[in-house]
Design a protein around this ligand. Sequence first.
Ligand code: ADP
Length: 463
Amino acid sequence: MRHSLKSRLSSTILIIVLLTVAIISFLANFLINQQFTNYLSKQQELKTQIITSSISQQYSAFTDQWNLDYVHAIGMFSLYEGYIIKVYDKQGAILWDAQAHDMNLCNQIMDEISDRMRIQYPQLNGDFTSVSYALEQSSQEIGSVSISYFGPFFLNENEFQFLRSLNIIIVSVGLLSLLVSLFVGHMLAKRISQPILKTIELTKQIAGGKYEVRLEEKSDTTELQLLISSINHLAESLETLEKLRKQLTEDVAHELRTPITILQSYLEAMTEGIWDASEERLRSCYDEVVRIGTLVGDLESLAKLEQDNLKLDKQRMDLRAVIEQVVSTFAAESMNKKLSISVEGSPIEVLADHSRMKQVVVNLLSNAIKYSGEGCSITFRLFNHKDGAGFLINDNGIGIPKEELPYIFERFYRADKSRNRMTGGTGIGLTIVKSIVQAHGGRVTVDSEQGKGSTFTVYLPKE
Ligand code: ADP
């Protein structure tokens, strides 16, 4: 059975609060009761002492007389407090007896106390007991008093009220915190689940192909904000990918259409006898076929790189030798464009896949040649630092606009498309370079200024 995040959070908060309230109420009740009964027992002892000593004071040794009016007043006062007393003189004769004085009142008070105590403390099993205390004056026994009260302790009306209010307060606080927790839990759960629900809605839209959607929602919860930004980032990446995919189809079609149209019209004219199949025309046809071949070749290499997950056949090799070898294969092209290509730095031994490394150098050098005007110079410089070896290739060609720099390694990305139409680039060369270098655990960076030239640097890790 699945529950929504909101109900999960709300119920968890509710359970925690319920438990806390229950524990606090139980402890408060238990501790208050314990303290209160202690207090009551002590209070009872104190009261019997007060009654005994107040009665003792009503005897005058001088006249051997009792002030019976005061004894009566003390007796009545005690009766209302729940203490039923009988006072005897030293001969044992009754001086004052509450029950004899007003039997009904005594019974009423005793019943009230018993009822109240049985309701409040049913497990106490208390009852009225009588205790006799000697009445003394200057260490002389002058009589005795028998006090009967509800033991082991009892509550008078005020104390009973006090306990009742206390219980009401505890229950109300419990109920109030329960309500507050319900409200706070609901709000909190809503606050957390809302952005998640919105994110889910957004991912559904993305899954349906709407890559341009973004979540504007801001959350002050770090994890939620991270979730929102990663989903936005994901949508952005998918949008770029989708754009690149569309652009690729467009570009491939475009790239293929021109040579195919040329080939078609040439071949048509030649087969229909309008044109002779001169060497010059056949060469043009051949050039167009080569163009198509390059594009297909590039697409193939990229597909292979992605499919193989790049299995490298690493071996020790001299990076400088690889560069020199590639430079020599471009001798004719560099001569045509009157370019000067130089290689600086001493030989460096690296552990790498020879043919892949060669491809990296080929792609970088062919770009440098493609995007440099006549008479420019191209320089390779090898370096060997303590944290990595590699090389850079610098040209003083046309350079790359600053805003295009972040994208040039992206698949099929071609800066300034119009100029690429002339150079015949496919936008795959640098993607291949990046994949190979990364597969070696290295990285490639670019530094370029439009109109001044570019520098690509390849870093390979130390073994
Ligand atoms: P392409 O086949 O179009 O050359 P690449 O992936 O090799 O594709 O390069 C991507 C884009 O980067 C190129 O279209 C070009 O605009 C730019 N670029 C690459 N190398 C250079 C360079 N040395 N000088 C100027 N621009 C360059």
